[in-house]
Design a protein around this ligand. Sequence first.
Ligand SMILES: [Fe+2]
Length: 216
Amino acid sequence: MELVTNSTGATKVVLFILIVLSLASWCIIFAKWYEIRRALRVTYAFSREFAGVPTLERAAQRARDTGGPPASIMERAMRFYIETLGMKLSDRSRGIIAFLRCNTDHHTLALLSSHAPGFHHASFQVGSVDEIAMGAVRMTEKGWQPGWGLGRHVIGSNFFYYLRDPWGSFSEYYFDLDYIPERCAWEPRDFPPEDALYVWGPSCPADFGENKEVWT
Ligand SMILES: [Fe+2]
């Protein structure tokens, strides 16, 4: 302490700056630690709620009892991805489907209302409509069954072509998805169900929205 008291003015200024920087670093470390703890708490609560069979069964039973889609489960999942993981809502058809993004693509994740967890489809971006057609022909030649398309989606505006996956659900080629710049003042839209799926294309398969991972 005596050393500090007897030091020059310049040394005292440097020491003061170092103390301030050190305190600021600790504040940042503590804030990050708190943020991570909070995210972990929410994540564990989410996985307990959605991965726990008894809870999910109860949620599914409630949905069956009320005769409607378990939209509240989807809404809660949507809040988790937005509030905890920082994704943004791009568009939705309320209670049915929500499209979320984590970059400039219109969506990187879509949540579809269902009575149980399940994976509906993965989508693979290609460089043109030609490439969609080439992929579709090649897959059909290799024995894969067509699913739906070629068409153009309303939400996201992308061209699509679906093939059946080995579990009866779908796998999609897409091109020309909407681009949302990082600083764009994009306002999520809420589409009525009858105007949410496709602008043009063949009729949608009757089982398109089914969750093929539900066994009962
Ligand atoms: Fe898709």
